[in-house]
Design a protein around this ligand. Structure first.
Ligand code: 5BU
Length: 459
């Protein structure tokens, strides 16, 4: 099938639309592509498969894969035409049986082509490739039906993959203009839009709220992105260690309910320390109930957390009502949502994490970022890439050496956490149980700051 005819057919079936569309990011786009309906036009689907085969016939792939769901039917046809086995990565994480995400049989060392319908940032293709590579497959090539990006090919090749595409946006607008399906003006607007929304310029407005700005400013002024988790159960020891470490930290993380000898004076002293040593306060309460209950837990009880903690942690399990309950009447506090915990076997799968980011994006005025953890750098980097612009990634479970404790905690190293994009690291026992907590805090701060400041100035 000639490309021109193919483009017109896609336009006929409504897979390519022009007009004004509001994207999830809030941007108004002059075009919209949706190839999901390809499967309702079998003759077209099969022609696309033959066109892909035609373009790749000189390469030698052992396996063909498609990114679910849209690209999977066409990848199946390609695999059939080439007589090669099909593989794919299940979209939802498996909760039982073998934890294998890959569906289909394969031998490590085999070369796999990954097909997707559209490409904008390349994120899902790269994520798929990483999973295959981890399982021992070789992935060098991606194939997309439509490349709607501005300059993604160069970016993809910089990170080590060849990107092939059947058609590109410029070709689409050219053909549709020639056939009087769009105007010259529309063609210009499309070009301008893609320049604005390139992968480097992630769509979405900056979601920094007032408290995020304060924390970021403090990171710079204290030259520290270290959060100390001071999980000590008596006031004397708590303040003894704080006294030694306070000048090295940007924020102190507390679990106020573990203090055995808690009195309201604890809060008075804590606030004095925070002013004297210029750090923020983060109560890791992990609220997880209905809006009405969490409000009482936050404002009242003996701890009255709302009065003294700049930030709290919040679970998204109960739904949005939790944020409405906590912050409905206040605008001078903020939170971090638990997107992926550090404890082994936690039930926060990819879907949960993604939905948590979506909630945080929606409630950005009271959400400063997310608690994320992974024991592998690549996984943590992927989490960071998904965080909405302006919001922060805080990483707990950080120590000098990776490893575990005896009750499920998993550690990533300071270096790996910050190199993967951590905006702040959260360290507890690595510092509090060190022979000299003061020296340990200084060392954690300096190691993290060196990588963080180099990373941030190079952006
Ligand atoms: P550690 O001593 O560095 O293991 O302490 C880690 C702290 O961070 C501790 O207070 C935990 O409650 C907290 N934490 C965590 O370790 N992992 C998580 O996913 C979250 C919080 Br959320």
């Amino acid at each position: 099938m000639k490309k021109e005819y193919f483009i017109l057919r896609l336009h006929d079936i409504g897979a390519i639309k022009f007009g004004e569309f509001t994207l999830k990011s809030g941007h108004k786009s002059p075009f919209y592509f949706d190839l999901r309906d390809m499967i309702s036009h079998p003759e077209l689907l099969s022609k696309i498969a033959y066109m892909i085969v035609d373009e790749i016939k000189d390469s030698d792939f052992d396996y063909i894969s498609g990114v679910p769901y849209t690209a999977l039917p066409v990848a199946t046809l390609v695999a059939d035409i080439l007589d090669k086995p099909l593989l794919f990565i299940r979209k939802e994480e498996k909760a039982y049986g073998t934890k294998n995400d890959i569906v289909g049989k394969f031998e490590p060392g085999g070369k796999c082509l990954i097909i997707d319908d559209l490409i904008t940032t390349g994120e899902s293709l790269i994520e798929t490739a990483e999973k295959f590579k981890k399982a021992g497959l070789i992935v060098d090539d991606f194939f997309v039906i439509i490349d709607r990006s501005n300059n993604i090919k160069k970016h993809i090749s910089n990170i080590g993959y060849n990107l092939h595409s059947l058609i590109e946006l410029d070709k689409i607008t050219e053909v549709l203009k020639e056939n009087n399906r769009i105007t010259v003006d529309q063609k210009i607007r499309i070009k301008e839009f893609t320049k604005k929304i390139s992968y480097e310029n992630k769509p979405g407005k900056n979601l920094e709220n007032h408290l995020t700005k304060l924390l970021k400013a403090k990171i710079q002024s204290k030259k520290s992105n270290l959060i100390l988790s001071l999980d000590i159960d008596n006031q004397k020891e708590f303040f003894r260690i704080l006294q030694k470490t306070a000048k090295h930290i940007v924020m102190l993380k507390t679990h106020v309910d573990i203090i055995n000898d808690f009195t309201p004076e604890f809060i008075v002293r804590l606030k004095e320390f925070a002013i004297k040593y210029d750090f923020m306060i983060f109560e890791d309460r992990k609220f997880a109930d209905i809006g009405n209950t969490v409000k009482k837990q936050y404002y009242g009880g003996i701890f009255k957390i709302k009065n003294w903690a700049h930030f709290i942690t919040v679970h998204t399990t109960p739904g949005e009502g939790i944020l409405q309950g906590l912050f409905g009447e206040t605008n001078n506090r903020s939170s971090f949502l638990l997107a992926k915990m550090s404890s082994a076997g936690n039930l926060m799968n990819e879907t949960y994490t993604r939905k948590t980011f979506e909630t945080g994006e929606k409630y950005a005025d009271v959400v400063s970022g997310y608690i994320c953890h992974a024991t592998e750098k690549e996984k943590l980097k992927m989490l960071k890439n998904k965080i909405p612009k302006g919001q922060l990634m805080l990483v707990p479970g950080v120590k000098i050496h990776s490893g575990t404790d005896s009750v499920g905690q998993q550690y990533i190293t300071i270096k790996d956490a910050v190199e993967s994009g951590a905006d702040c690291i959260i360290a507890g026992r690595g510092i509090t149980e060190a022979e000299n907590p003061e020296i340990a805090a200084k060392m954690y701060k300096e190691q993290a700051w060196k990588i963080y400041s180099a990373r941030e100035t190079s952006i």
